[in-house]
Structures are given as C-alpha cells and as structure tokens.
Design a protein around this ligand. Structure first.
Ligand code: MF3
Ligand code: CO
Length: 249
C-alpha cells in the first residue's frame, strides 16, 4: 500500500529535507584531496545532531554509519573509511535525515579536487537525468514515465543505468512503497497521486550496467570497474506538481 501524506506531513518532511540539503552544501565545501570519508561521516552526524535531527541510516538493517560513501567504481552503499580521498575521485555521499520521526533522503556525487572531463560529463548527465525524472513526477502520470525519462536520457548520452538499486516511497520509514525504477515504458505502472512522496536516485555507469557485491557485504561495485555517479532527491507529488524536499539552495 502506498501511504498518502497530508500537506502537514509533507511540511515535516520538507524540514528534514532542508537540514539534509544544508548539510550537503556544507559537505561540498569540505570535500578535497586528503580528507577521508570517515571524517565526512562524522561531520554529517555532528551536523544533524546539532540541529536536533538524526542520521536515519545508522542502525538501519545493521548499517553502521550515518552516510554511505561510494568512490569511483563503487556504485552505492560504500562504507566510510580512513583512506584519504584522491584528486580526481568521484565521491557519492548518501544519507537520510530523521527530524521528529519524518525522513528525507538525498545522495550527491562530488568531484574531489580536479576531475577529468569524462567524469564531469558522467556526473552532469546523471544529475540531469534525475531532474528529467522529477519533471515526470506529476499527479496522473505513471511510474513508467519517470523510468522512461531517465532511461532514454542515459542512452542518449551513452551511459548505462544500474537496475538493482531503485527509488522508493519514503515517510516515517526509509523504504516504503512504491518501487521507483529508473527504466521503464511511458504510460505504464502505478498511477502517481497527490500526496505520494518518493525518492528518485538514478545511478549511471560509464561502461556496462552490471554490478558485483564487495567483500564487506554492503558496497556495490561496477562489474567492469568503470566509474559511476548518483544523484537522489526526495520528491513530493502535489497538485502544483513535483516539489523537491531536498533541494540545495
Ligand atoms: N539512502 C539509501 C537509498 O537511497 C538507503 C541506504 S540504506 C543503508 O535508498 F542501509 F545502506 F544505509
Ligand atoms: Co539515499
């Protein structure tokens, strides 16, 4: 069952989303060669606690950190660690904020120092695809419209889409119904209604779409070692159209 949120509940999620967006902005200023993802993870945890919020991923299904930190060929769910980030890395930081029991979820890819034009192009296309998907998050449209918009843009730009990780409904829990696939056919799948809140979170790779599981049991890697990027927003579907609850100022 897809839980429909009231305007009041969406307002609460927007407050969680505003803290999340502010935290991503602050993170973007800290990310540079030499810093570790463990330090960034601690920064996020402190930032949230100072604002009366909590990192909802910590303890979720046994996950031990506030953030997921995925570098280069790591597709998602990378574990923060003490390896210094290197010039040219692509770092994706994903985290969920819980403010008074209401959640918001957003992932962002960052270039560490100076990145190659190829990496820039990958990141730009992945971000653009997220916004193309969001554009389709309108009452009366269907889930397949979101997937189609993202999939067709990926192919137009020459990238692959990871199928195994998908967007989801969100509210008082991280993962609610529906499943939000980043591939699909127009006018297919569940009809979108006012009051649904979902994440859209495409992952593009430069090479094949296939993934492998890392030895830590969490980190997903590209099968062929190619680079990946991911952007994620939490989006409310309203009569005025999609409202991005995690938009950065
Ligand atoms: N934020 C992730 C998502 O976008 C969820 C990560 S779950 C964790 O769906 F356990 F890995 F933290
Ligand atoms: Co996320």
């Amino acid at each position: 069952m897809v839980e429909i949120k009231s305007d009041k509940q969406i307002e609460k999620m927007k407050r969680a989303g505003a803290i999340l967006a502010e935290c991503h902005k602050a993170l973007s200023k800290k990310i540079q060669p030499g810093i570790t993802s463990a330090e960034l993870d601690q920064f996020v945890e402190d930032f949230l606690h100072e604002r009366g919020a909590k990192p909802a991923q910590k303890g979720y299904m046994g996950y031990p950190f506030a953030t997921c930190a995925s570098v280069n060929n790591e597709v998602c769910h990378g574990l923060p660690n003490r390896k210094p980030l290197k010039n040219g890395d692509i770092l994706t930081v994903d985290f969920v904020v819980d403010l008074d029991g209401w959640l918001a979820d957003s992932a962002w890819s960052y270039g560490v120092g100076t990145i190659t034009p190829e990496s820039q192009r990958l990141m730009k296309a992945t971000k653009k695809a997220l916004y193309k998907g969001i554009e389709q998050a309108q009452p009366g449209n269907r889930l397949g419209d979101i997937g189609y918009a993202i999939e067709s843009y990926a192919y137009q730009k020459g990238y692959s889409i990871v199928r195994e990780y998908i967007g989801h409904g969100i509210g008082r829990r991280i993962h609610e119904e529906p499943e939000v696939h980043h591939v699909g056919e127009r006018n297919s799948g569940m009809k979108l209604k006012e009051g649904m809140v979902i994440t859209i979170e495409p992952i593009f790779t430069q090479g094949l779409p296939f993934i492998a599981m890392g030895s830590d049991g969490w980190t997903a890697l590209t099968f062929d070692g190619s680079l990946s990027a991911q952007y994620e927003h939490t989006v409310a579907i309203t009569r005025e159209g999609p409202i991005i609850l995690t938009e950065q100022a």
